[in-house]
Design a protein around this ligand. Structure first.
Ligand code: 13P
Ligand code: SF4
Length: 300
């Protein structure tokens, strides 16, 4: 399968994108591995005919919104982020009716329908910078309440209301798990994703996106580091830092949706035997593109 994937990638001008949370076997055949911001931006810049996006559906859709001329394939149709479905366009329309002076900001972990009816998108690595740069004081942040709380803590002079969505993987990490790890390894810094609950984030030594965690772990001179995000990042961390030890903050940090894609699924997508060809109706795509373009502009 590895040889066939490599051969067909060249023959069909395919590039494989993999999120930091993907299985190691999938990351090994990827041309690019990264966080959601890096991969979204990259989709426009990379010269190829087809992108096979190994991640969850909203990520492949973001790629298609930005690069409509490329074929974008999600190897496993059922790889969905549950948080992306915790808000509907009707919810936003209702909110706008009663709060006309609010700027609506959506986490990239949303459906295309949501991206089409909000003002700007953000990723975990760009959220604070982008929201801080907005002129408006009143902000509705959807759908992740934990990331919303983190942004509110960082930006004091805005009135930020968060929706009540959450990531069912990061939200499971408890304060007790952080305290236990601190007792077990007092010298090991704890690095967490901002999708974790406030009480977890408050006790952490570093908070950042998957790629920011990877960068930070590389930059610090520590023998052991505790990681508070999905287990897939451990593959990247161990590949990059063979001399450091990494422990997962909680055994629950496994996203079953990110783990649905196997090497065989990638093989089937490359050969054309499997995978979902992402298609987005043009009017909807153009509307969703506005909030994504705004994200890229404000993140600079
Ligand atoms: P990143 O933006 O850090 O890649 O996060 C995406 C995600 O789904 C986190 O759970
Ligand atoms: Fe969605 Fe959470 Fe999985 Fe990320 S880790 S894709 S936010 S369910």
């Amino acid at each position: 399968m590895l040889e066939e994937i490599a051969r067909l990638k060249k023959e069909k001008n395919i590039k494989i994108f993999a999120h930091n949370y993907q299985n190691h076997e999938v990351q090994q055949v990827a041309d690019y591995i990264g966080d959601s911001f890096y991969l979204s931006k990259l989709s426009k810049e990379v010269d190829c005919e087809t992108i096979i996006f190994c991640g969850v559906k909203f990520m492949a859709e973001t790629t298609k919104i930005l690069s409509p001329d490329k074929k974008v394939i999600l190897p496993v149709e059922e790889a969905l982020c549950p948080m992306a479905h915790m808000i509907s366009p009707e919810d936003i329309i209702e909110f706008k009716k009663t709060h006309p002076d609010f700027k609506i900001v959506a986490y990239i972990n949303t459906t295309t329908d949501i991206k089409a009816c909000v003002d700007v998108c953000v990723t975990s690595s760009t959220a604070v910078k982008i929201i801080d740069s907005l002129e408006e004081k009143n902000i509705l942040f959807v759908p992740d309440m934990n990331l919303g709380n983190y942004i509110s803590k960082k930006i004091k002079d805005k009135n930020i209301i968060s929706w009540n969505g959450y990531c069912n993987v990061h939200d499971r990490v408890t304060k007790e798990e952080v305290i236990n790890m601190k007792n077990k390894y007092p010298d090991a810094p704890i690095l967490v994703h901002p999708e974790c609950r406030k009480e977890v984030v408050d006790l952490a030594d570093f908070v950042g996106s998957t790629s920011e965690i990877i960068e930070y772990a590389k930059s610090i001179d520590k023998k052991r580091i505790i990681i508070g995000t999905e287990t897939g990042v451990l593959h990247v961390l161990r590949d990059l830092n063979p001399d450091k030890k990494f422990d997962l903050l909680s055994p629950n940090l496994i996203c079953i949706n990110m783990k649905k894609t196997t090497l065989e699924d990638v093989y089937n997508a490359v050969t054309g035997k499997g995978g979902l060809n992402i298609e987005i109706e043009e009017n909807l795509r153009v509307k969703a593109l506005n909030s994504i373009k705004e994200m890229i502009r404000l993140a600079k």
